[in-house]
Design a binder for this molecule. Structure first.
Ligand SMILES: Cc1cc2nc3c(=O)[nH]c(=O)nc-3n(C[C@H](O)[C@H](O)[C@H](O)COP(=O)(O)O)c2cc1C
Length: 199
């Protein structure tokens, strides 16, 4: 039995959120495939830690037990992570960055200690990550930005294995923008199942 952490990030209402619709469908088909797995859901909108950005004023106490250690322990206790994130201003939303800033600590998620070449060694080497990303613009409109590749690189840096990402680009333009959310999910079912195969 595997333990799975689901990280929900979006600022968009559930009824009209593309990333939530994909995330929910992915969890549904995942549960069908792995009936005994334990799923833990973490919605960053509801986590006080994710509302706190690192500043000069809080640096001394930023990585405390409640805001940091608790989430690091949680991350280390799971076998899989399913992370769904939209794009905001060409990047991940600030609440996800705040989460990352609280958990990506040297000697917890990565270490330089045993590195021969001077680069970091990821300590989450048992973790498998499913990335789900959405963005309003179609792929290629703004080549300078990819939150998908940022997330891939980040979790690889921590030693995790990245499954085939589910990338939804162009939610603000047709055909997605004109679709009912249920029809949208149906149209992405093959995409979802393709990633589930290896996860
Ligand atoms: C404040 C804000 C900023 C956004 N910035 C971008 C952006 O830089 N590039 C982009 O392609 N889409 C951008 N979008 C569009 C969202 O990424 C897109 O609508 C996404 O599907 C919303 O999340 P959802 O998938 O949970 O519905 C932005 C949306 C909002 C609300």
């Amino acid at each position: 039995m595997a333990k799975v952490l689901v990280l929900k990030v979006t600022m968009i209402n559930d009824k009209v959120s593309y990333s939530t619709a994909i995330l929910n469908k992915f969890i549904e088909v995942y549960k069908n495939k792995y009936k005994n797995d334990e799923i833990i859901e973490l919605d960053l909108t509801n986590e006080p830690m994710a509302q706190k950005a690192l500043t000069r004023d809080n640096m001394g106490n930023f990585w405390n037990k409640d805001d940091s250690e608790k989430y690091i322990d949680q991350l280390k206790s799971v076998d899989k992570l399913i992370l769904a994130s939209p794009m905001v201003n060409f990047n991940i939303p600030a609440i996800l960055k705040n989460y990352i800033d609280h958990v990506f600590l040297a000697d917890k998620l990565f270490s330089y200690k045993y590195s021969k070449k001077g680069d970091a060694i990821g300590l989450l080497d048992k973790l498998k990550v499913q990335i789900i990303t959405t963005q309003g613009a179609p792929v290629g409109w703004y080549p300078f930005s990819s939150h998908t590749e940022y997330l891939r690189g980040l979790w690889e840096f921590a030693g995790a294995k990245i499954n085939r990402p589910i990338v939804i680009s162009g939610t603000k333009v047709e055909p997605y923008s004109k679709m009912d959310i249920n029809d949208f999910v149906k149209s992405e079912l093959d995409n979802i199942m393709e990633s589930l195969k290896e996860f």
